[in-house]
Structure formats: C-alpha cells, structure tokens
Write a new protein. Structure first.
Length: 161
C-alpha cells in the first residue's frame, strides 16, 4: 500500500514537526542548533518561504512555514534541512545512518486563530518541557524560539549575539 501524500495548501501556513530517530537527541551542542538555523535561513530564502515560528528542541523540530505557490518548496526545504543536518552530525560523530525518525509531519493551518495557537504552542514547547523558563533564551543551546512569532524579516532567523 503506498503511503499517503502530504497535504500542502498553497498560500497557507503549515505546522511541521520532525523528530530524531528513536526520539534521540539531534541537537546536543550549540553548534548543532546554529548549523540547523543557518541552513533554515539559507534554504527558506532559496525557496522563498516565510517562517512564522520555529523551535529546536533537543530531539525534534517545530516549524510554522507559509507555503507559496510552488508545492515542492516545503518538501525541498525539509529535504535540505534533514540531509545537511544528518551529514553534519554523522561527520562529527563518525557514524552513519539516519538522524531523523521517518517522514516529517505537516498540517495545514486554515485560520488566523489556529495560526496563533500553533505559534504559541511552538514557542511554549520548551517551557512546557521544563527546558527553559521563558520562550526566548538566546544562546542557551537548549531550545531557541523567537520572541515574536510573526517575523518576516530575513534576519529574524539569526541567532542573537
């Protein structure tokens, strides 16, 4: 039986979740977070995608991304992010194999209220997990979420100094 195709709706934001293999840590040191964010910054511009909110937990990633008219943009973004992070981690750890558990999950967001709820959920994820006290902890190396979810400035994905 073929797997079910992902639903991507042009012009709508989508909540994306990708977990580490066996829910093991993907981001261990600050350089792991920084590398992923640098790739997110690069590839979101290449594919002309807007990132409303994001959170990198130790063993998974949450992204809220606006889909454009190119239905392959989000899948290509996720392919690049996963592939680069896997190669980066495997080279550092002198290992091989998948870093990620299966396929990423994606859900279209169809209302402004749901968009706000998703962004709130993404940004409060490390707080609820007990990793941080507040949604924004620049440079903590644990989790990083922007303070304001509705940023469209390309610099919004730059890690604060």
């Amino acid at each position: 039986m073929p797997r079910q195709a992902r639903v991507i709706v042009p012009g709508f934001p989508h909540h994306i979740v990708q977990r580490g293999h066996n829910r093991q840590p993907v981001f261990v040191e600050p350089r792991d977070f920084e590398y992923y964010l640098a790739n997110l910054q690069e590839w979101k511009q290449v594919y002309e995608l807007e990132v409303f909110s994001y959170c990198l937990m130790t063993n998974h990633v949450h992204l809220v991304v606006q889909a454009n008219d190119n239905l392959t943009a989000i899948p290509q973004l996720m392919k690049r992010l996963a592939g680069r992070q896997t190669r980066f981690d495997n080279a550092l750890e002198k290992r091989s194999g998948s870093l990620w558990e299966g396929r990423y999950k994606i859900s279209p967001i169809d209302t402004d209220a749901y968009l706000l709820a998703c962004c709130r959920y993404v940004e409060l994820n490390p707080v609820k997990a007990g990793m941080v006290d507040k949604p924004e902890v620049p440079g903590s190396g644990l989790a990083f979420c922007p303070a304001l979810p509705f940023r469209s400035d390309p610099r919004s994905l730059s890690r604060p100094k």
